[in-house]
Design a protein around this ligand. Structure first.
Ligand code: AMP
Length: 479
């Protein structure tokens, strides 16, 4: 089916043509007709599948036909969990709506409120907002929500994770009772379903891909490694495999800076995005990364949500994510728009418990390996190993059963970049002379690998991770 057949008109088709979006993605094909028919929608949409277009395109179409908002009013309100996502959705409204007269703006915290207020003075067709800043603006009477006709909750699961439920309820109560409601979430939980049902009647439920699954084109690999060798292993892989770019996730803000410093010391250029950075610094880091001026972006979960970077080949979990849903969102930053990508997770012996949650949620087994030059030697702490840790190729005897080690709170630990104890055997300083290759040619590659890739039975076969029958288990953040 074409975009035209979905009911989109000339000005929007023109921008799609300019963007070279030849045909609708699966979620767009499903969602656009439902939204154009004015129905309430709850969509399970994977990140990177064209989710934004699936609501922005029909909203633009519908608002073209309607009267313009005036006097601080808004006709379509999109709520997002993060500033980056708000900015990105707004950019999509601008790009897709380039040949329409639709007006839009984005408001979020961390940026000056005065310019946001002045943009809202005349009213806008589409307002994209994070909940906290929107409430500030409402309280300061800078915006009115009583003419909202369409309400979108984007990445609703994140909004609940981040503790926005009360803000969302407050905002909803300020909008008219009769409105169209659209809820998008990569993962579904009973809480999300409850929220969706509270929005309005006759909710149409769609799913472009089964919820709680990862994009199938992403190759996923777990590397067993000692905690204090993670920095060296990462630097080694980046240089040895000549990664063009990678997004590295850290559990903590402090960890972000440590990883960044470690890579810098290895001669690898980085940027960081986390909650301690000003909005200006976050925007700059993201822009530089998107433009290819920065090779490695190190980020925390909150700051990196919703980031859309095309052609991102690698995502690295420097720390295993504590919450299984974060794993889905993190690795969904690669493999976007039908492209292939690799998600590498560095797992120390104390982190096996997190893998159990992830594999349980995804109902797959993720390939595991270790790097020849960074074989783990740490033993599980007293109390034993993890009952689910696997070793498909008979490696890593250190990973015994029943690991209940609980070091999850400790941040990242590093050996010094130049420290001999952390070096791959025979390796020079990562990023140093010798063509910038630590470990020299082929040194430190996973044994039996092809081009530095693990040789697990589905490695190199995107989406080839094995299904399991284990029950999905989701833990929700209480933040
Ligand atoms: P999203 O899931 O909305 O974040 O979109 C992910 C990426 O896919 C963005 O870079 C979009 O520009 C791109 N995209 C969205 N829809 C299409 C389409 N129909 N054809 C090709 N690319 C698309």
């Amino acid at each position: 089916m074409s975009f035209k057949e979905l009911g989109l008109s000339e000005p929007i088709l023109r921008s799609l043509e300019e963007l070279k979006h030849k045909e609708p993605s699966e979620i767009q094909e499903q969602a656009i007709p439902i939204i154009l028919a004015g129905k309430n929608l709850m969509a399970a949409a994977q990140t990177g599948t064209g989710k934004t277009g699936s609501f922005v395109l029909p909203i633009l179409e519908m608002l073209q036909e309607r009267a313009k908002p005036y006097g601080k009013n808004v006709h379509a309100l999109v709520l997002t969990p993060t500033r980056e996502l708000a900015a990105q959705v707004r950019e999509s409204v601008n790009t897709y709506g380039k040949f329409t007269s639709i007006t839009s703006t984005a408001v979020f915290g961390g940026a000056k409120i005065f310019p946001q207020k002045s943009k809202l003075k005349k009213g806008v067709d589409v307002l994209v907002a994070t909940p906290g800043r929107l409430l500030d603006l409402v309280n300061q009477k800078a915006v009115k929500l009583d003419q909202v006709q369409i309400l979108v909750l984007d990445e609703a699961d994140h909004m609940l994770d981040m503790g926005f439920i009360n803000d969302i309820k407050k905002i909803i109560s300020m909008t008219p009772p009769v409105r169209q409601n659209l809820l998008f979430s990569a993962t579904f939980s009973p809480e999300i379903k409850k929220l969706a049902q509270s929005l309005g009647d006759e909710l149409v439920e769609i799913s472009a891909q089964a919820p709680n699954t990862t994009v199938t084109k992403i190759k996923q690999v777990i590397y067993h490694v000692d905690k204090n060798k993670k920095g060296d292993l990462l630097a080694h892989m980046i240089e040895d495999e000549q990664w063009a770019q990678a997004l590295v996730f850290s559990r903590t803000k402090h960890g972000c800076e440590k990883i960044s410093n470690h890579l810098n010391a290895a001669g690898i250029q980085t940027g960081t995005i986390h909650g301690d950075k000003t909005q200006g610094a976050r925007t700059k880091a993201l822009r530089e990364f998107k433009e290819g001026d920065v090779r490695i972006l190190v980020a925390t979960d909150v700051a990196a949500r919703g980031i859309d970077i095309s052609n991102l080949p690698f995502v690295v979990n420097f720390d295993m994510p504590t919450y299984p849903n974060d794993y889905i969102h993190r690795i969904g930053r690669t493999g976007r728009a039908g492209q292939e990508g690799t998600a590498i997770s560095l797992m120390s012996v104390d982190e096996h418990k997190f893998l159990r949650g992830i594999e349980g949620l995804l109902k797959i087994k993720i390939d595991q390996t270790s790097h020849e030059a960074f074989k783990p030697t740490d033993k599980p702490s007293a109390g034993g190993g993890d009952s689910r840790s696997r070793n498909p190729r008979g490696r890593n005897p250190a990973f015994s059963r029943n690991n209940r080690s609980s070091d999850s709170k400790s941040g990242n630990s590093f050996s010094k970049p130049g420290g001999s104890s952390s070096r791959p055997s025979g390796a020079g300083r990562p990023g140093g002379s010798g063509a910038g290759r630590p470990g020299g040619s082929g040194a430190g590659r996973p044994s039996g690998s092809n081009a530095g890739r693990p040789s697990g039975n589905s490695a190199g076969n995107p989406g080839g991770n094995k299904k399991t029958g284990s029950k999905a288990k989701t833990r929700w953040k209480k933040t």
